[in-house]
Design a protein around this ligand. Structure first.
Ligand SMILES: [Zn+2]
Length: 583
Protein backbone atom coordinates (compact mmCIF):
# COMPACT_ATOMS: atom_id res chain seq x y z
CA UNK A 1 0.00 0.00 0.00
CA UNK A 2 2.61 2.50 -1.12
CA UNK A 3 0.22 5.15 -2.35
CA UNK A 4 -3.03 4.82 -0.51
CA UNK A 5 -5.91 6.83 -1.93
CA UNK A 6 -8.95 7.15 0.28
CA UNK A 7 -11.98 5.40 -1.16
CA UNK A 8 -14.03 8.59 -1.22
CA UNK A 9 -11.55 9.99 -3.77
CA UNK A 10 -10.69 6.76 -5.53
CA UNK A 11 -14.34 5.95 -6.20
CA UNK A 12 -15.57 9.46 -6.81
CA UNK A 13 -18.14 9.22 -9.62
CA UNK A 14 -16.91 10.51 -12.95
CA UNK A 15 -20.25 10.57 -14.79
CA UNK A 16 -23.80 11.54 -13.84
CA UNK A 17 -24.81 7.91 -14.18
CA UNK A 18 -22.42 6.78 -11.47
CA UNK A 19 -23.58 9.34 -8.91
CA UNK A 20 -25.27 7.42 -6.09
CA UNK A 21 -28.72 8.27 -4.81
CA UNK A 22 -29.41 11.52 -6.74
CA UNK A 23 -31.03 10.08 -9.79
CA UNK A 24 -33.76 12.65 -10.50
CA UNK A 25 -31.35 15.51 -9.97
CA UNK A 26 -28.68 14.19 -12.31
CA UNK A 27 -31.35 13.46 -14.92
CA UNK A 28 -32.50 17.09 -14.76
CA UNK A 29 -28.94 18.34 -15.18
CA UNK A 30 -28.39 16.03 -18.15
CA UNK A 31 -31.62 17.22 -19.73
CA UNK A 32 -30.46 20.83 -19.34
CA UNK A 33 -27.25 19.92 -21.20
CA UNK A 34 -29.20 18.00 -23.82
CA UNK A 35 -31.55 20.91 -24.54
CA UNK A 36 -28.70 23.41 -24.13
CA UNK A 37 -30.68 25.35 -21.53
CA UNK A 38 -27.89 26.21 -19.18
CA UNK A 39 -28.49 28.69 -16.38
CA UNK A 40 -25.76 31.08 -15.31
CA UNK A 41 -26.00 30.27 -11.66
CA UNK A 42 -26.89 27.11 -9.80
CA UNK A 43 -27.35 26.55 -6.10
CA UNK A 44 -26.73 23.02 -4.88
CA UNK A 45 -28.16 22.49 -1.39
CA UNK A 46 -28.05 19.45 0.85
CA UNK A 47 -26.27 17.73 3.70
CA UNK A 48 -22.53 17.18 3.58
CA UNK A 49 -21.10 14.31 1.64
CA UNK A 50 -24.09 13.66 -0.61
CA UNK A 51 -22.41 14.65 -3.87
CA UNK A 52 -22.85 18.39 -4.34
CA UNK A 53 -19.26 19.16 -5.28
CA UNK A 54 -18.98 15.93 -7.24
CA UNK A 55 -22.03 16.82 -9.32
CA UNK A 56 -20.71 20.34 -9.84
CA UNK A 57 -17.43 18.93 -11.19
CA UNK A 58 -19.17 16.40 -13.42
CA UNK A 59 -21.41 19.18 -14.72
CA UNK A 60 -18.40 21.39 -15.47
CA UNK A 61 -16.63 18.53 -17.22
CA UNK A 62 -19.69 17.49 -19.22
CA UNK A 63 -20.50 20.96 -20.58
CA UNK A 64 -16.89 21.30 -21.72
CA UNK A 65 -16.61 17.82 -23.22
CA UNK A 66 -15.79 17.89 -26.92
CA UNK A 67 -17.30 14.49 -27.58
CA UNK A 68 -20.44 13.91 -25.51
CA UNK A 69 -21.79 10.37 -25.46
CA UNK A 70 -25.24 9.52 -26.81
CA UNK A 71 -26.46 9.58 -23.24
CA UNK A 72 -25.15 13.17 -22.77
CA UNK A 73 -22.38 12.08 -20.45
CA UNK A 74 -18.77 13.27 -20.56
CA UNK A 75 -16.64 10.99 -22.74
CA UNK A 76 -13.74 10.98 -20.24
CA UNK A 77 -11.40 10.63 -23.24
CA UNK A 78 -11.17 13.99 -24.99
CA UNK A 79 -8.45 16.47 -24.05
CA UNK A 80 -10.85 18.53 -21.95
CA UNK A 81 -12.18 15.52 -20.03
CA UNK A 82 -8.67 14.19 -19.40
CA UNK A 83 -7.53 17.55 -18.08
CA UNK A 84 -10.57 17.63 -15.79
CA UNK A 85 -9.91 14.11 -14.56
CA UNK A 86 -6.24 14.96 -13.96
CA UNK A 87 -7.33 18.10 -12.13
CA UNK A 88 -5.37 20.44 -14.36
CA UNK A 89 -8.25 21.98 -16.29
CA UNK A 90 -8.36 25.77 -16.51
CA UNK A 91 -12.10 25.67 -17.04
CA UNK A 92 -12.94 24.96 -13.44
CA UNK A 93 -12.29 27.25 -10.47
CA UNK A 94 -13.12 26.25 -6.96
CA UNK A 95 -13.40 28.67 -4.09
CA UNK A 96 -13.94 27.61 -0.52
CA UNK A 97 -16.08 30.36 0.91
CA UNK A 98 -15.50 29.10 4.42
CA UNK A 99 -11.90 30.33 4.34
CA UNK A 100 -12.22 32.96 1.59
CA UNK A 101 -15.24 34.91 2.67
CA UNK A 102 -14.12 38.53 2.47
CA UNK A 103 -15.07 41.19 -0.07
CA UNK A 104 -11.51 41.04 -1.47
CA UNK A 105 -11.79 37.29 -2.11
CA UNK A 106 -14.95 37.86 -4.09
CA UNK A 107 -13.35 40.79 -6.01
CA UNK A 108 -10.51 38.49 -7.04
CA UNK A 109 -13.05 35.96 -8.24
CA UNK A 110 -14.93 38.61 -10.23
CA UNK A 111 -11.66 39.68 -11.89
CA UNK A 112 -11.04 36.09 -12.96
CA UNK A 113 -14.57 35.69 -14.29
CA UNK A 114 -14.00 38.39 -16.94
CA UNK A 115 -11.27 36.33 -18.64
CA UNK A 116 -12.74 33.91 -21.19
CA UNK A 117 -11.43 30.33 -21.24
CA UNK A 118 -8.57 29.48 -23.66
CA UNK A 119 -9.88 25.99 -24.37
CA UNK A 120 -13.48 24.79 -24.07
CA UNK A 121 -16.67 26.75 -23.95
CA UNK A 122 -17.32 27.44 -20.30
CA UNK A 123 -15.50 28.53 -17.20
CA UNK A 124 -17.23 27.04 -14.20
CA UNK A 125 -16.85 28.68 -10.77
CA UNK A 126 -17.72 26.47 -7.85
CA UNK A 127 -18.19 28.36 -4.60
CA UNK A 128 -18.36 25.87 -1.75
CA UNK A 129 -19.99 26.66 1.61
CA UNK A 130 -21.36 29.84 0.04
CA UNK A 131 -23.40 30.63 3.17
CA UNK A 132 -20.12 31.54 4.88
CA UNK A 133 -19.60 34.65 2.73
CA UNK A 134 -19.70 37.90 4.66
CA UNK A 135 -22.65 40.21 3.92
CA UNK A 136 -20.28 42.56 2.10
CA UNK A 137 -18.95 39.70 -0.03
CA UNK A 138 -22.51 38.63 -0.84
CA UNK A 139 -23.32 42.13 -2.03
CA UNK A 140 -20.13 42.36 -4.08
CA UNK A 141 -21.09 39.08 -5.70
CA UNK A 142 -24.66 40.06 -6.62
CA UNK A 143 -23.91 42.13 -9.69
CA UNK A 144 -21.71 39.47 -11.30
CA UNK A 145 -24.18 36.78 -10.47
CA UNK A 146 -26.93 38.71 -12.18
CA UNK A 147 -25.09 39.51 -15.39
CA UNK A 148 -22.15 37.19 -15.78
CA UNK A 149 -20.22 36.92 -19.06
CA UNK A 150 -21.66 34.28 -21.42
CA UNK A 151 -18.76 31.88 -20.75
CA UNK A 152 -19.16 31.90 -16.96
CA UNK A 153 -21.29 29.50 -14.96
CA UNK A 154 -21.51 29.69 -11.18
CA UNK A 155 -22.28 26.70 -9.04
CA UNK A 156 -22.82 27.65 -5.43
CA UNK A 157 -22.95 24.85 -2.89
CA UNK A 158 -24.24 25.03 0.64
CA UNK A 159 -25.33 22.83 3.49
CA UNK A 160 -27.39 25.68 4.91
CA UNK A 161 -29.78 27.03 2.35
CA UNK A 162 -31.67 29.14 4.91
CA UNK A 163 -28.55 31.28 5.41
CA UNK A 164 -28.48 32.39 1.77
CA UNK A 165 -29.94 35.83 1.25
CA UNK A 166 -33.06 35.96 -0.96
CA UNK A 167 -31.37 38.20 -3.56
CA UNK A 168 -28.89 35.36 -4.22
CA UNK A 169 -31.56 32.64 -4.13
CA UNK A 170 -33.65 34.44 -6.73
CA UNK A 171 -30.71 34.53 -9.13
CA UNK A 172 -29.98 30.82 -8.99
CA UNK A 173 -31.50 27.59 -10.20
CA UNK A 174 -31.87 25.59 -7.00
CA UNK A 175 -31.16 21.88 -6.72
CA UNK A 176 -31.87 20.08 -3.46
CA UNK A 177 -29.73 17.02 -2.87
CA UNK A 178 -31.21 14.11 -0.90
CA UNK A 179 -29.62 12.13 1.80
CA UNK A 180 -28.46 8.88 0.29
CA UNK A 181 -30.58 5.97 1.46
CA UNK A 182 -29.07 3.13 3.45
CA UNK A 183 -29.83 0.70 0.63
CA UNK A 184 -28.02 2.88 -1.96
CA UNK A 185 -25.06 3.36 0.34
CA UNK A 186 -24.80 -0.37 1.01
CA UNK A 187 -24.92 -1.11 -2.70
CA UNK A 188 -22.14 1.36 -3.38
CA UNK A 189 -20.02 0.05 -0.52
CA UNK A 190 -20.46 -3.48 -1.85
CA UNK A 191 -19.19 -2.33 -5.22
CA UNK A 192 -16.17 -0.64 -3.62
CA UNK A 193 -15.47 -3.69 -1.45
CA UNK A 194 -15.58 -5.95 -4.46
CA UNK A 195 -13.11 -3.78 -6.36
CA UNK A 196 -10.84 -3.61 -3.31
CA UNK A 197 -11.00 -7.37 -2.79
CA UNK A 198 -12.58 -7.00 0.63
CA UNK A 199 -15.11 -9.57 1.81
CA UNK A 200 -17.99 -7.97 3.65
CA UNK A 201 -20.86 -8.87 5.95
CA UNK A 202 -23.95 -7.10 4.67
CA UNK A 203 -25.12 -6.36 8.23
CA UNK A 204 -21.82 -4.66 8.88
CA UNK A 205 -22.26 -2.50 5.78
CA UNK A 206 -25.75 -1.63 6.98
CA UNK A 207 -24.33 -0.34 10.25
CA UNK A 208 -21.79 1.76 8.33
CA UNK A 209 -24.54 3.16 6.12
CA UNK A 210 -26.72 4.02 9.09
CA UNK A 211 -23.81 5.63 10.91
CA UNK A 212 -22.96 7.80 7.90
CA UNK A 213 -26.47 9.29 8.01
CA UNK A 214 -26.97 9.67 4.27
CA UNK A 215 -23.50 10.95 3.43
CA UNK A 216 -21.49 8.84 1.01
CA UNK A 217 -18.20 10.54 1.82
CA UNK A 218 -18.62 9.64 5.48
CA UNK A 219 -19.67 6.10 4.60
CA UNK A 220 -16.53 5.59 2.54
CA UNK A 221 -14.30 7.12 5.22
CA UNK A 222 -15.80 4.75 7.78
CA UNK A 223 -15.31 1.90 5.32
CA UNK A 224 -11.60 2.76 4.98
CA UNK A 225 -11.27 3.04 8.74
CA UNK A 226 -12.77 -0.40 9.22
CA UNK A 227 -10.65 -1.97 6.51
CA UNK A 228 -7.55 -0.70 8.31
CA UNK A 229 -8.98 -2.13 11.56
CA UNK A 230 -10.36 -5.48 10.37
CA UNK A 231 -8.21 -6.14 7.33
CA UNK A 232 -9.81 -7.49 4.21
CA UNK A 233 -12.70 -9.16 5.97
CA UNK A 234 -15.36 -6.85 7.32
CA UNK A 235 -17.57 -8.57 9.88
CA UNK A 236 -20.62 -7.23 11.70
CA UNK A 237 -18.81 -7.63 15.02
CA UNK A 238 -15.76 -5.81 13.70
CA UNK A 239 -17.92 -2.92 12.57
CA UNK A 240 -19.86 -2.49 15.80
CA UNK A 241 -16.69 -2.81 17.88
CA UNK A 242 -14.89 -0.23 15.81
CA UNK A 243 -17.77 2.22 15.55
CA UNK A 244 -18.85 1.81 19.14
CA UNK A 245 -22.32 0.91 17.95
CA UNK A 246 -24.65 -0.96 20.27
CA UNK A 247 -25.42 -4.44 18.97
CA UNK A 248 -29.00 -5.03 17.74
CA UNK A 249 -28.90 -8.06 20.00
CA UNK A 250 -29.22 -5.95 23.16
CA UNK A 251 -32.38 -4.32 21.90
CA UNK A 252 -33.95 -7.62 20.88
CA UNK A 253 -33.14 -9.02 24.32
CA UNK A 254 -34.45 -6.06 26.26
CA UNK A 255 -37.75 -6.09 24.34
CA UNK A 256 -38.08 -9.75 25.32
CA UNK A 257 -37.63 -8.70 28.94
CA UNK A 258 -40.32 -6.02 28.55
CA UNK A 259 -42.74 -8.51 27.07
CA UNK A 260 -42.06 -10.95 29.91
CA UNK A 261 -42.48 -8.15 32.46
CA UNK A 262 -39.02 -9.05 33.74
CA UNK A 263 -37.79 -5.91 35.49
CA UNK A 264 -34.63 -7.53 36.86
CA UNK A 265 -33.54 -8.74 33.45
CA UNK A 266 -34.09 -5.38 31.80
CA UNK A 267 -32.09 -3.61 34.51
CA UNK A 268 -29.27 -6.13 34.15
CA UNK A 269 -29.16 -5.71 30.37
CA UNK A 270 -29.01 -1.95 30.85
CA UNK A 271 -26.19 -2.40 33.35
CA UNK A 272 -24.30 -4.57 30.87
CA UNK A 273 -24.69 -1.88 28.23
CA UNK A 274 -23.30 0.77 30.60
CA UNK A 275 -20.43 -1.54 31.54
CA UNK A 276 -19.54 -1.82 27.88
CA UNK A 277 -18.96 1.92 27.96
CA UNK A 278 -22.09 3.02 26.15
CA UNK A 279 -23.81 6.24 27.09
CA UNK A 280 -27.29 5.82 28.62
CA UNK A 281 -28.69 8.47 26.31
CA UNK A 282 -27.27 6.66 23.30
CA UNK A 283 -29.03 3.54 24.55
CA UNK A 284 -32.38 5.24 25.04
CA UNK A 285 -32.34 6.84 21.57
CA UNK A 286 -31.34 3.46 20.14
CA UNK A 287 -34.23 1.87 21.99
CA UNK A 288 -36.63 4.41 20.47
CA UNK A 289 -35.30 3.57 17.01
CA UNK A 290 -35.68 -0.12 17.70
CA UNK A 291 -39.30 0.35 18.79
CA UNK A 292 -39.93 2.46 15.72
CA UNK A 293 -38.43 -0.28 13.56
CA UNK A 294 -40.68 -2.85 15.23
CA UNK A 295 -43.66 -0.63 14.56
CA UNK A 296 -42.88 -0.27 10.86
CA UNK A 297 -42.23 -4.04 10.65
CA UNK A 298 -45.76 -4.80 11.77
CA UNK A 299 -47.36 -3.55 8.60
CA UNK A 300 -46.35 -4.89 5.17
CA UNK A 301 -47.02 -1.40 3.80
CA UNK A 302 -44.44 0.26 6.05
CA UNK A 303 -41.90 -2.53 6.23
CA UNK A 304 -39.97 -0.83 3.43
CA UNK A 305 -39.13 1.94 5.91
CA UNK A 306 -36.96 -0.56 7.74
CA UNK A 307 -33.39 0.21 6.76
CA UNK A 308 -31.61 -2.99 7.76
CA UNK A 309 -30.30 -6.09 6.06
CA UNK A 310 -32.65 -8.91 5.14
CA UNK A 311 -31.88 -11.33 7.98
CA UNK A 312 -32.10 -8.65 10.66
CA UNK A 313 -35.28 -7.46 8.96
CA UNK A 314 -36.70 -10.95 9.52
CA UNK A 315 -35.86 -10.76 13.18
CA UNK A 316 -37.62 -7.42 13.43
CA UNK A 317 -40.71 -8.87 11.82
CA UNK A 318 -40.69 -11.88 14.13
CA UNK A 319 -40.40 -9.73 17.23
CA UNK A 320 -43.02 -7.30 15.91
CA UNK A 321 -45.53 -10.16 15.82
CA UNK A 322 -45.13 -10.55 19.59
CA UNK A 323 -45.83 -6.88 20.27
CA UNK A 324 -49.25 -5.32 20.07
CA UNK A 325 -49.45 -1.93 18.37
CA UNK A 326 -50.69 -0.53 21.66
CA UNK A 327 -47.61 -1.82 23.47
CA UNK A 328 -45.36 -0.26 20.83
CA UNK A 329 -47.13 3.10 20.93
CA UNK A 330 -46.91 3.28 24.69
CA UNK A 331 -43.35 2.01 24.76
CA UNK A 332 -42.34 4.62 22.19
CA UNK A 333 -43.92 7.30 24.30
CA UNK A 334 -42.09 6.18 27.41
CA UNK A 335 -38.77 5.99 25.56
CA UNK A 336 -39.34 9.37 23.96
CA UNK A 337 -40.29 10.99 27.28
CA UNK A 338 -37.13 9.58 28.77
CA UNK A 339 -35.11 10.96 25.86
CA UNK A 340 -36.63 14.41 26.31
CA UNK A 341 -36.07 14.51 30.08
CA UNK A 342 -32.55 13.10 29.79
CA UNK A 343 -30.65 16.36 29.43
CA UNK A 344 -32.31 18.08 32.35
CA UNK A 345 -32.25 15.05 34.61
CA UNK A 346 -29.77 15.08 37.46
CA UNK A 347 -29.88 11.34 37.93
CA UNK A 348 -29.79 10.04 34.41
CA UNK A 349 -29.29 6.40 35.30
CA UNK A 350 -32.33 6.29 37.55
CA UNK A 351 -34.36 8.09 34.90
CA UNK A 352 -33.58 5.38 32.37
CA UNK A 353 -34.14 2.64 34.92
CA UNK A 354 -37.55 4.00 35.83
CA UNK A 355 -38.42 4.07 32.14
CA UNK A 356 -37.35 0.42 31.88
CA UNK A 357 -39.51 -0.53 34.86
CA UNK A 358 -42.48 1.22 33.28
CA UNK A 359 -41.80 -0.58 30.02
CA UNK A 360 -41.78 -3.91 31.83
CA UNK A 361 -45.10 -3.08 33.43
CA UNK A 362 -46.74 -2.21 30.11
CA UNK A 363 -47.40 -5.76 29.13
CA UNK A 364 -48.57 -6.69 32.62
CA UNK A 365 -51.04 -3.85 32.54
CA UNK A 366 -52.40 -5.08 29.27
CA UNK A 367 -53.02 -8.54 30.61
CA UNK A 368 -54.58 -7.12 33.72
CA UNK A 369 -56.99 -4.94 31.80
CA UNK A 370 -58.21 -8.02 30.04
CA UNK A 371 -58.76 -9.77 33.33
CA UNK A 372 -60.42 -7.05 35.31
CA UNK A 373 -63.78 -5.49 34.74
CA UNK A 374 -64.01 -2.89 32.06
CA UNK A 375 -66.09 -0.64 34.26
CA UNK A 376 -63.43 -0.33 36.86
CA UNK A 377 -65.19 0.91 39.93
CA UNK A 378 -63.58 3.41 42.13
CA UNK A 379 -63.68 1.15 45.10
CA UNK A 380 -63.79 -2.57 45.04
CA UNK A 381 -63.92 -5.01 47.78
CA UNK A 382 -63.18 -8.62 47.36
CA UNK A 383 -64.13 -11.08 49.98
CA UNK A 384 -61.97 -14.10 49.94
CA UNK A 385 -61.73 -17.05 52.08
CA UNK A 386 -58.89 -19.46 51.68
CA UNK A 387 -58.72 -21.69 49.81
CA UNK A 388 -61.87 -20.87 47.89
CA UNK A 389 -61.23 -18.92 44.69
CA UNK A 390 -61.46 -15.19 45.01
CA UNK A 391 -64.85 -13.73 44.52
CA UNK A 392 -65.05 -10.34 43.06
CA UNK A 393 -67.88 -7.93 42.97
CA UNK A 394 -67.76 -4.43 41.64
CA UNK A 395 -69.14 -1.80 43.93
CA UNK A 396 -72.63 -0.69 43.15
CA UNK A 397 -71.88 2.95 43.46
CA UNK A 398 -68.66 4.74 44.18
CA UNK A 399 -70.23 6.64 47.03
CA UNK A 400 -68.27 7.50 50.11
CA UNK A 401 -64.96 5.76 50.25
CA UNK A 402 -65.67 4.26 53.66
CA UNK A 403 -69.00 2.69 52.93
CA UNK A 404 -68.80 -0.21 50.59
CA UNK A 405 -71.27 -2.59 49.22
CA UNK A 406 -70.02 -6.05 49.20
CA UNK A 407 -71.20 -9.53 48.79
CA UNK A 408 -70.86 -11.48 51.94
CA UNK A 409 -72.28 -14.62 53.41
CA UNK A 410 -75.38 -13.94 55.40
CA UNK A 411 -74.03 -15.31 58.56
CA UNK A 412 -71.06 -13.01 58.34
CA UNK A 413 -73.07 -9.84 58.21
CA UNK A 414 -71.48 -7.23 60.34
CA UNK A 415 -74.06 -5.51 62.37
CA UNK A 416 -72.94 -1.95 62.66
CA UNK A 417 -72.28 -0.20 64.87
CA UNK A 418 -72.49 -2.94 67.40
CA UNK A 419 -69.03 -3.79 68.60
CA UNK A 420 -69.68 -7.49 68.65
CA UNK A 421 -70.91 -9.73 66.00
CA UNK A 422 -72.00 -13.24 65.63
CA UNK A 423 -69.20 -14.88 63.83
CA UNK A 424 -70.57 -18.20 62.94
CA UNK A 425 -68.92 -20.87 60.90
CA UNK A 426 -68.88 -20.29 57.25
CA UNK A 427 -70.31 -22.86 54.99
CA UNK A 428 -68.13 -23.35 52.01
CA UNK A 429 -70.93 -24.16 49.64
CA UNK A 430 -73.18 -21.74 47.85
CA UNK A 431 -73.68 -18.63 49.78
CA UNK A 432 -76.83 -16.63 49.77
CA UNK A 433 -75.81 -13.20 48.76
CA UNK A 434 -76.78 -10.23 50.74
CA UNK A 435 -75.65 -6.72 50.85
CA UNK A 436 -74.08 -5.32 53.91
CA UNK A 437 -72.48 -2.08 54.74
CA UNK A 438 -69.15 -2.24 56.46
CA UNK A 439 -66.96 0.47 57.81
CA UNK A 440 -63.52 -0.96 57.75
CA UNK A 441 -61.87 1.71 59.85
CA UNK A 442 -64.59 2.02 62.44
CA UNK A 443 -65.47 -1.55 63.05
CA UNK A 444 -63.76 -2.87 66.08
CA UNK A 445 -63.78 -6.41 67.14
CA UNK A 446 -64.35 -7.63 70.58
CA UNK A 447 -62.50 -10.52 71.96
CA UNK A 448 -65.61 -12.55 71.73
CA UNK A 449 -64.40 -15.76 70.30
CA UNK A 450 -67.01 -18.38 70.18
CA UNK A 451 -67.82 -20.98 67.66
CA UNK A 452 -65.51 -20.76 64.74
CA UNK A 453 -64.33 -24.23 65.29
CA UNK A 454 -65.78 -25.68 62.14
CA UNK A 455 -63.37 -24.49 59.57
CA UNK A 456 -63.67 -24.59 55.85
CA UNK A 457 -60.59 -26.61 55.52
CA UNK A 458 -61.44 -30.20 56.02
CA UNK A 459 -57.96 -31.40 55.22
CA UNK A 460 -56.27 -29.19 57.72
CA UNK A 461 -56.72 -29.09 61.42
CA UNK A 462 -58.94 -26.17 62.17
CA UNK A 463 -57.41 -23.44 64.27
CA UNK A 464 -59.19 -20.44 65.51
CA UNK A 465 -57.00 -18.44 67.80
CA UNK A 466 -57.54 -14.80 68.37
CA UNK A 467 -54.93 -12.37 67.06
CA UNK A 468 -54.25 -8.65 67.17
CA UNK A 469 -53.00 -6.22 64.54
CA UNK A 470 -49.41 -6.37 65.74
CA UNK A 471 -49.31 -10.14 65.37
CA UNK A 472 -51.01 -9.77 62.01
CA UNK A 473 -48.45 -7.25 60.77
CA UNK A 474 -45.62 -9.47 61.92
CA UNK A 475 -47.10 -12.44 60.11
CA UNK A 476 -47.52 -10.29 57.00
CA UNK A 477 -43.88 -9.21 57.13
CA UNK A 478 -42.79 -12.78 57.65
CA UNK A 479 -44.70 -13.71 54.56
CA UNK A 480 -42.88 -10.94 52.63
CA UNK A 481 -39.54 -12.46 53.57
CA UNK A 482 -40.57 -15.75 51.98
CA UNK A 483 -40.82 -14.10 48.54
CA UNK A 484 -37.65 -15.00 46.68
CA UNK A 485 -37.85 -12.57 43.79
CA UNK A 486 -36.32 -9.25 44.89
CA UNK A 487 -38.53 -7.08 42.75
CA UNK A 488 -41.70 -8.92 43.67
CA UNK A 489 -40.76 -8.72 47.32
CA UNK A 490 -40.17 -4.99 47.17
CA UNK A 491 -43.43 -4.59 45.30
CA UNK A 492 -45.18 -6.56 47.99
CA UNK A 493 -43.59 -4.44 50.66
CA UNK A 494 -44.88 -1.28 49.06
CA UNK A 495 -48.41 -2.49 49.70
CA UNK A 496 -50.07 -1.17 52.85
CA UNK A 497 -50.09 -3.42 55.89
CA UNK A 498 -53.32 -5.29 56.56
CA UNK A 499 -55.79 -4.23 59.21
CA UNK A 500 -58.06 -6.55 61.08
CA UNK A 501 -61.58 -5.42 60.44
CA UNK A 502 -63.61 -8.11 62.06
CA UNK A 503 -63.07 -11.28 63.95
CA UNK A 504 -61.65 -13.30 61.08
CA UNK A 505 -61.43 -10.71 58.37
CA UNK A 506 -58.35 -8.74 57.50
CA UNK A 507 -58.30 -6.03 54.92
CA UNK A 508 -55.59 -4.55 52.75
CA UNK A 509 -56.04 -1.26 50.93
CA UNK A 510 -54.24 -1.09 47.64
CA UNK A 511 -53.77 1.97 45.48
CA UNK A 512 -54.26 0.52 42.06
CA UNK A 513 -55.39 -2.44 40.06
CA UNK A 514 -51.83 -3.50 39.47
CA UNK A 515 -51.26 -4.04 43.18
CA UNK A 516 -54.61 -5.72 43.43
CA UNK A 517 -53.68 -8.12 40.71
CA UNK A 518 -50.31 -8.91 42.23
CA UNK A 519 -51.97 -9.54 45.56
CA UNK A 520 -54.68 -11.72 44.09
CA UNK A 521 -52.07 -13.97 42.53
CA UNK A 522 -50.65 -14.85 45.93
CA UNK A 523 -53.78 -14.42 47.98
CA UNK A 524 -54.19 -18.08 48.77
CA UNK A 525 -50.54 -18.36 49.80
CA UNK A 526 -50.84 -15.34 52.06
CA UNK A 527 -53.95 -16.62 53.81
CA UNK A 528 -52.45 -20.04 54.34
CA UNK A 529 -49.18 -18.63 55.64
CA UNK A 530 -50.80 -16.12 57.96
CA UNK A 531 -53.31 -18.72 59.08
CA UNK A 532 -50.50 -20.95 60.29
CA UNK A 533 -48.55 -18.08 61.85
CA UNK A 534 -51.58 -16.81 63.74
CA UNK A 535 -53.00 -20.25 64.33
CA UNK A 536 -56.26 -19.25 62.76
CA UNK A 537 -57.42 -21.04 59.63
CA UNK A 538 -60.59 -19.01 59.28
CA UNK A 539 -58.90 -15.81 58.26
CA UNK A 540 -60.26 -14.10 55.21
CA UNK A 541 -58.32 -11.52 53.25
CA UNK A 542 -60.22 -8.64 51.75
CA UNK A 543 -58.59 -6.46 49.15
CA UNK A 544 -59.84 -2.93 48.81
CA UNK A 545 -58.85 -0.82 45.85
CA UNK A 546 -58.80 2.83 46.76
CA UNK A 547 -57.79 5.13 43.96
CA UNK A 548 -55.10 7.48 44.94
CA UNK A 549 -56.65 10.52 46.45
CA UNK A 550 -56.20 13.84 44.72
CA UNK A 551 -53.84 14.89 47.39
CA UNK A 552 -51.58 11.96 46.72
CA UNK A 553 -51.65 12.64 43.03
CA UNK A 554 -50.32 16.12 43.61
CA UNK A 555 -47.21 14.79 45.31
CA UNK A 556 -44.03 15.04 43.29
CA UNK A 557 -42.30 11.74 42.43
CA UNK A 558 -39.69 12.52 45.06
CA UNK A 559 -42.35 13.10 47.74
CA UNK A 560 -44.10 9.93 46.74
CA UNK A 561 -40.86 8.04 46.94
CA UNK A 562 -40.22 9.42 50.43
CA UNK A 563 -43.68 8.41 51.48
CA UNK A 564 -43.13 4.92 50.15
CA UNK A 565 -39.71 4.67 51.75
CA UNK A 566 -41.15 5.65 55.12
CA UNK A 567 -43.66 2.90 54.82
CA UNK A 568 -41.11 0.42 53.59
CA UNK A 569 -37.59 1.02 54.85
CA UNK A 570 -36.42 -1.84 52.62
CA UNK A 571 -37.11 0.25 49.56
CA UNK A 572 -34.49 2.73 50.69
CA UNK A 573 -32.11 -0.16 51.27
CA UNK A 574 -32.71 -1.47 47.77
CA UNK A 575 -32.16 1.98 46.35
CA UNK A 576 -28.82 2.24 48.14
CA UNK A 577 -27.79 -1.23 47.10
CA UNK A 578 -28.48 -0.40 43.49
CA UNK A 579 -26.71 2.95 43.94
CA UNK A 580 -29.65 4.84 42.60
CA UNK A 581 -30.31 8.41 43.52
CA UNK A 582 -33.54 10.29 43.83
CA UNK A 583 -33.86 12.69 41.00
ZN1 LIG B 1 -14.92 14.46 -23.24
Amino acid sequence: MDNFIVSARKYRPSTFGSVVGQHSLTTTLKNAIKSNHLAHAYLFCGPRGVGKTTCARIFAKTINCQNLTADYEACNQCESCVSFNEQRSYNIHELDAASNNSVDDIRNLIDQVRIPPQIGKYSVYIVDEVHMLSPGAFNAFLKTLEEPPAHAIFILATTEKHKIIPTILSRCQIYDFNRITVADTVKHLQMVAEKEGVTVDINGLNVIAQKSDGGMRDALSIFDQIVSFCGNNITYQGVIDNLNVLDYEFYFKIIEAFLAGDVSKSLLIFNEILNKGFDAHHFITGLSSHLRDLLVSKDPATVQLLEVGADIGDRYQKQAVLCTPDFLFQALKIANDCDLSYRISKNKRLLVELALIRLCQLHDEKKKHLLTDEAAPEIKKIAVEAPTPPQQQPAVAPAKPVAQVTQEPVNNVVAQPKPTMAATPVSNGKRPASISITKPQASTVSGDVTSNATSVQASRPAMNEDFNNIALENAWRNFASTINDDVKRVNFQTINLPVRISKNEIEVSVNNFMQENELKKIQTDIVQFIGIELRNTSIKLLIKVVEESDMQKKLSPEERYKQMAEENPLLEKLRKNLQMEID
